[in-house]
Design a protein around this ligand. Structure first.
Ligand code: GLY
Length: 339
């Protein structure tokens, strides 16, 4: 059965459809935009996207950070122009989070904003990347440094796409589902996958509706991400995003415990939840605590000192200016691979 969750943003509200066969709603979603033509950008090959019901040009994309750059945005915008797309038409993305981020940004910029519909095909994109309107590409100096907010007209999370997902790619998405446990989604561990996706999307929809532009509440979606982003960089992206966020979530629990924000049971719950999803809980053997702290100081949220989203008496919140010695001690006490 398909679940429908609304992202309530006034006249920019949209529905997220989740379940097997959700992609079959594409012609209706396109018709609702009033588009007369479409460009489909797909990383899943021919046949992955149903006929949108209007004249369509299909172009292929390749999922992956390496293609998520301004050159890719320009190439897509050129394709839109060559196809005669106007801002009353529609762009459709089909792929993982890197594809929905890239295509979303191209749609946001083309003719100063062209409707976009996302068909996310990875678990990570279904539970997080395709929802909430963040689009972006990388610069050589860092990930997602150029982007904008551009809400899609609809998101179709077809869980049939997940059937062929490699195990490690599935794990990548579980990293974001695991962190939902600590940001108000409740305990999702015993739910079937499509309900875990729906609950994660529902929590994200509430957060985005309350803070679309990431000025406060939306920061909590970055639970586990301060250390997570540092670990991705320290391992040269050998750790996938969700794996790194999982270790970052365990660390966030320990740090919140060390700062007296939560008790030992709640801190231990972090490892238990992460382990339940089959995700890593230990720091890679070769990582150096000082180097990780230096990387964490460069986090986008760290405008003052070291900043972490931490659990506490009032739930998760962004905590700035966290004492460096406590961070170093907590890193030193983390379990490490091989120890
Ligand atoms: N992925 C975090 C956000 O959408 O704000």
């Amino acid at each position: 059965m398909t679940r429908v969750i609304d992202v309530e943003l006034g006249e920019r509200s949209y529905a997220v459809h989740i379940g097997p066969g959700a992609r079959t709603r594409l012609p209706a979603a396109v018709a609702a935009t009033g588009a007369r033509r479409a460009v489909v950008v797909t990383a899943r090959g021919p046949g992955s996207v149903p006929d949108p019901g209007v004249p369509t040009r299909v172009v292929t994309a390749v999922d992956g950070e390496v293609n998520k750059n301004l050159t890719g945005v320009e190439a897509l915008c050129r394709t839109f122009a060559e196809s005669g797309l106007t801002r009353d038409d529609v762009v459709i993305s089909c792929g993982g989070g890197t594809t929905t981020d890239l295509v979303g940004l191209a749609a946001a910029l083309y003719h100063r904003g062209t409707p976009v519909i996302h068909l996310p095909t990875s678990l990570l994109a279904q539970v997080d990347a395709s929802i909430g309107g963040k689009t972006g590409v990388n610069l050589p100096t860092g990930k997602n440094l150029v982007g904008t907010y551009w809400q899609p007209r609809a998101v179709l999370c077809d869980t049939d796409y997940l059937d062929t997902l490699p195990a490690r790619e599935r794990l990548n998405g579980y990293g974001e589902i695991a962190r939902c446990h600590f940001i108000g989604a409740g305990d999702l561990r015993e739910l079937p996958l499509h309900e875990q996706i729906a609950a994660s999307v529902a929590r994200k929809a509430e957060i985005v509706a309350a803070d679309e532009r990431d000025t406060g509440l939306r920061h909590i979606l970055n639970y586990g991400h301060t250390l997570g982003h540092a670990l991705e960089r320290a391992t040269d992206f050998a750790l996938r995003h969700g794996e790194a966020v999982a270790i970052g979530t365990v660390f966030a629990g320990r740090l919140a415990g060390a700062l007296g924000r939560i008790g030992p049971d709640r801190a231990a719950e972090h490892s238990a939840v992460v382990e339940h999803y089959g995700l890593p809980t230990r720091l890679p053997a070769e990582t150096n605590a000082r180097h990780l702290v230096d990387l964490m100081r460069r986090d986008k949220k760290a405008t003052r000192g070291l900043a972490f989203v931490l659990d506490g008496p009032f739930g998760a919140e962004l905590v700035r200016d966290v004492d460096e010695a406590t961070v170093l001690d907590t890193l030193a006490a983390m379990p490490r691979v091989g120890r």
